[in-house]
Design a protein around this ligand. Structure first.
Ligand code: FE
Length: 224
Protein backbone atom coordinates (compact mmCIF):
# COMPACT_ATOMS: atom_id res chain seq x y z
CA UNK A 1 0.00 0.00 0.00
CA UNK A 2 3.00 2.28 0.45
CA UNK A 3 2.95 3.44 -3.16
CA UNK A 4 -0.81 3.60 -3.47
CA UNK A 5 -1.82 7.22 -3.31
CA UNK A 6 -5.24 6.60 -4.78
CA UNK A 7 -8.61 5.64 -3.50
CA UNK A 8 -9.39 3.49 -6.47
CA UNK A 9 -8.16 3.84 -10.02
CA UNK A 10 -5.33 5.77 -11.53
CA UNK A 11 -5.89 8.54 -14.02
CA UNK A 12 -3.49 10.99 -15.55
CA UNK A 13 -3.75 14.72 -15.51
CA UNK A 14 -5.65 16.26 -18.39
CA UNK A 15 -7.37 12.97 -19.06
CA UNK A 16 -10.90 12.17 -17.98
CA UNK A 17 -11.38 8.84 -16.35
CA UNK A 18 -14.22 6.74 -17.81
CA UNK A 19 -16.66 7.80 -15.10
CA UNK A 20 -15.92 11.49 -15.53
CA UNK A 21 -16.14 11.13 -19.31
CA UNK A 22 -19.57 9.51 -18.98
CA UNK A 23 -20.79 12.26 -16.64
CA UNK A 24 -19.51 14.88 -19.05
CA UNK A 25 -21.30 13.18 -21.97
CA UNK A 26 -24.57 13.02 -20.03
CA UNK A 27 -24.29 16.64 -18.99
CA UNK A 28 -23.69 17.69 -22.61
CA UNK A 29 -26.69 15.75 -23.91
CA UNK A 30 -29.00 17.05 -21.17
CA UNK A 31 -27.87 20.62 -21.81
CA UNK A 32 -28.33 20.26 -25.57
CA UNK A 33 -31.85 18.98 -25.02
CA UNK A 34 -32.52 21.95 -22.77
CA UNK A 35 -33.17 19.70 -19.77
CA UNK A 36 -30.50 21.23 -17.56
CA UNK A 37 -28.87 24.61 -17.35
CA UNK A 38 -25.07 24.14 -17.21
CA UNK A 39 -24.78 27.29 -15.10
CA UNK A 40 -27.14 25.77 -12.54
CA UNK A 41 -25.07 22.57 -12.49
CA UNK A 42 -21.93 24.63 -11.97
CA UNK A 43 -23.62 26.52 -9.14
CA UNK A 44 -24.60 23.30 -7.39
CA UNK A 45 -21.13 21.80 -7.78
CA UNK A 46 -19.61 25.03 -6.51
CA UNK A 47 -21.91 24.88 -3.50
CA UNK A 48 -20.70 21.41 -2.59
CA UNK A 49 -17.07 22.33 -3.19
CA UNK A 50 -17.04 25.48 -1.10
CA UNK A 51 -19.87 25.23 1.40
CA UNK A 52 -21.46 21.91 2.20
CA UNK A 53 -18.30 19.85 2.67
CA UNK A 54 -16.16 22.41 4.48
CA UNK A 55 -18.95 23.05 6.98
CA UNK A 56 -17.99 19.74 8.61
CA UNK A 57 -14.41 20.84 9.04
CA UNK A 58 -15.54 24.24 10.28
CA UNK A 59 -17.48 22.52 13.06
CA UNK A 60 -14.39 20.54 14.03
CA UNK A 61 -12.28 23.71 14.18
CA UNK A 62 -14.89 25.71 16.09
CA UNK A 63 -15.19 22.95 18.66
CA UNK A 64 -11.42 22.82 19.03
CA UNK A 65 -11.40 26.58 19.59
CA UNK A 66 -13.99 26.37 22.37
CA UNK A 67 -13.27 23.03 24.03
CA UNK A 68 -9.71 22.43 25.21
CA UNK A 69 -10.34 18.74 25.85
CA UNK A 70 -11.60 18.28 22.32
CA UNK A 71 -8.62 20.21 20.94
CA UNK A 72 -6.30 17.92 22.86
CA UNK A 73 -8.11 14.85 21.53
CA UNK A 74 -7.99 16.26 18.01
CA UNK A 75 -4.26 16.74 18.31
CA UNK A 76 -3.65 13.22 19.62
CA UNK A 77 -6.17 11.24 17.57
CA UNK A 78 -7.88 13.30 14.92
CA UNK A 79 -9.59 10.30 13.33
CA UNK A 80 -11.51 9.50 16.53
CA UNK A 81 -12.17 13.11 17.54
CA UNK A 82 -13.59 13.91 14.11
CA UNK A 83 -15.62 10.70 14.06
CA UNK A 84 -17.18 11.70 17.39
CA UNK A 85 -18.89 14.55 15.51
CA UNK A 86 -20.26 12.11 12.96
CA UNK A 87 -17.73 12.69 10.20
CA UNK A 88 -16.23 9.38 9.18
CA UNK A 89 -14.37 8.15 6.14
CA UNK A 90 -15.40 5.15 4.12
CA UNK A 91 -12.04 3.66 3.48
CA UNK A 92 -10.28 3.65 6.78
CA UNK A 93 -7.93 6.50 6.05
CA UNK A 94 -6.49 8.28 9.04
CA UNK A 95 -6.76 11.95 9.77
CA UNK A 96 -4.18 14.18 11.35
CA UNK A 97 -4.97 17.71 12.48
CA UNK A 98 -2.08 20.16 12.26
CA UNK A 99 -2.46 23.26 14.40
CA UNK A 100 -1.27 26.67 13.33
CA UNK A 101 0.61 28.61 16.00
CA UNK A 102 2.18 32.05 16.25
CA UNK A 103 5.41 30.50 14.96
CA UNK A 104 4.22 27.92 12.46
CA UNK A 105 1.77 27.93 9.58
CA UNK A 106 0.67 24.61 8.09
CA UNK A 107 -0.15 23.88 4.46
CA UNK A 108 -1.54 20.67 3.01
CA UNK A 109 -1.01 19.25 -0.44
CA UNK A 110 -0.94 15.94 -2.25
CA UNK A 111 2.14 16.04 -4.40
CA UNK A 112 1.34 12.83 -6.28
CA UNK A 113 -2.36 13.23 -7.03
CA UNK A 114 -5.30 14.64 -5.13
CA UNK A 115 -5.58 13.01 -1.69
CA UNK A 116 -7.72 15.35 0.38
CA UNK A 117 -9.51 15.20 3.76
CA UNK A 118 -12.90 14.86 2.12
CA UNK A 119 -14.69 13.74 5.28
CA UNK A 120 -14.21 17.24 6.66
CA UNK A 121 -13.72 19.33 3.53
CA UNK A 122 -15.83 17.68 0.83
CA UNK A 123 -14.47 17.58 -2.70
CA UNK A 124 -11.17 19.32 -3.41
CA UNK A 125 -11.03 22.56 -5.37
CA UNK A 126 -9.69 22.32 -8.91
CA UNK A 127 -6.46 24.10 -8.05
CA UNK A 128 -5.67 21.56 -5.32
CA UNK A 129 -5.48 18.83 -7.97
CA UNK A 130 -3.55 20.97 -10.45
CA UNK A 131 0.18 20.31 -11.06
CA UNK A 132 1.28 23.92 -10.30
CA UNK A 133 -0.12 23.80 -6.78
CA UNK A 134 1.13 20.26 -6.15
CA UNK A 135 4.69 21.12 -7.10
CA UNK A 136 4.95 24.72 -5.94
CA UNK A 137 3.42 24.06 -2.52
CA UNK A 138 6.57 22.08 -1.72
CA UNK A 139 9.16 24.08 -3.67
CA UNK A 140 7.93 27.58 -2.83
CA UNK A 141 5.17 27.50 -0.22
CA UNK A 142 5.60 31.14 0.69
CA UNK A 143 5.13 32.13 -2.93
CA UNK A 144 2.04 29.94 -3.23
CA UNK A 145 0.52 31.55 -0.15
CA UNK A 146 1.24 34.99 -1.57
CA UNK A 147 -0.68 34.04 -4.70
CA UNK A 148 -3.63 33.28 -2.46
CA UNK A 149 -3.21 36.73 -0.92
CA UNK A 150 -1.72 35.36 2.28
CA UNK A 151 1.54 37.04 3.18
CA UNK A 152 3.08 35.67 6.37
CA UNK A 153 5.76 37.26 8.48
CA UNK A 154 9.26 36.25 7.36
CA UNK A 155 9.91 34.56 10.68
CA UNK A 156 6.81 32.38 10.45
CA UNK A 157 7.79 28.84 9.62
CA UNK A 158 5.71 27.07 6.97
CA UNK A 159 5.27 23.31 7.33
CA UNK A 160 4.00 21.45 4.28
CA UNK A 161 2.17 18.17 4.81
CA UNK A 162 1.97 15.72 1.90
CA UNK A 163 -1.27 13.75 2.03
CA UNK A 164 -1.64 10.14 1.02
CA UNK A 165 -4.50 7.71 0.69
CA UNK A 166 -3.70 6.45 4.19
CA UNK A 167 -3.09 9.72 6.02
CA UNK A 168 -4.82 12.99 5.35
CA UNK A 169 -4.32 16.30 7.04
CA UNK A 170 -6.51 19.21 7.99
CA UNK A 171 -5.22 22.52 9.24
CA UNK A 172 -6.63 23.94 12.46
CA UNK A 173 -6.11 27.67 12.04
CA UNK A 174 -5.63 29.98 14.99
CA UNK A 175 -8.77 31.46 16.46
CA UNK A 176 -9.17 35.05 15.22
CA UNK A 177 -8.86 37.87 17.72
CA UNK A 178 -11.96 39.63 19.03
CA UNK A 179 -14.07 36.46 19.00
CA UNK A 180 -14.41 35.92 22.74
CA UNK A 181 -18.16 36.46 22.75
CA UNK A 182 -18.99 34.28 19.78
CA UNK A 183 -20.82 30.97 20.01
CA UNK A 184 -19.44 27.79 18.50
CA UNK A 185 -21.86 28.18 15.56
CA UNK A 186 -20.77 31.74 14.98
CA UNK A 187 -17.13 30.73 15.16
CA UNK A 188 -17.72 27.96 12.64
CA UNK A 189 -18.93 30.55 10.15
CA UNK A 190 -15.50 32.19 10.28
CA UNK A 191 -13.71 28.99 9.26
CA UNK A 192 -13.19 28.93 5.51
CA UNK A 193 -12.24 25.92 3.44
CA UNK A 194 -8.94 27.52 2.49
CA UNK A 195 -8.08 28.17 6.13
CA UNK A 196 -8.30 24.40 6.69
CA UNK A 197 -6.03 23.71 3.68
CA UNK A 198 -3.63 26.40 4.81
CA UNK A 199 -3.98 28.65 1.78
CA UNK A 200 -6.05 31.13 3.77
CA UNK A 201 -6.89 32.34 7.23
CA UNK A 202 -10.24 32.39 9.03
CA UNK A 203 -12.46 35.38 8.46
CA UNK A 204 -12.53 38.21 10.95
CA UNK A 205 -15.75 38.55 12.93
CA UNK A 206 -16.45 41.98 11.42
CA UNK A 207 -16.78 40.43 7.97
CA UNK A 208 -19.79 38.35 8.98
CA UNK A 209 -22.83 39.77 7.26
CA UNK A 210 -26.25 38.21 7.70
CA UNK A 211 -26.23 35.06 5.62
CA UNK A 212 -23.24 36.28 3.66
CA UNK A 213 -20.87 33.40 4.23
CA UNK A 214 -22.74 30.20 4.37
CA UNK A 215 -25.92 30.76 2.36
CA UNK A 216 -28.40 27.94 2.28
CA UNK A 217 -27.88 25.30 -0.36
CA UNK A 218 -29.79 26.50 -3.41
CA UNK A 219 -32.89 24.53 -4.17
CA UNK A 220 -32.01 22.56 -7.29
CA UNK A 221 -35.63 22.63 -8.39
CA UNK A 222 -35.74 26.41 -8.29
CA UNK A 223 -32.76 26.98 -10.56
CA UNK A 224 -34.49 26.26 -13.84
FE1 FE B 1 -3.16 11.80 -3.75
Amino acid sequence: MSHDHHDHHHHHDNELDPFAARVKALETILAEKGLIDPAAVDAIVETYETRVGPRNGARVVAKAWTDADFADWLQRDATSAIASLGFTGRQGEHMQAVFNTEDTHNLIVCTLCSCYPWTVLGVPPVWYKAPPYRSQAVINPRGVLAEFGLVLAEETRIRVWDSTAELRYMVVPMRPVDTEGLSEDELARLVTRDSMIGTGLPLRPGSLGPGALWPAVPDAGATS
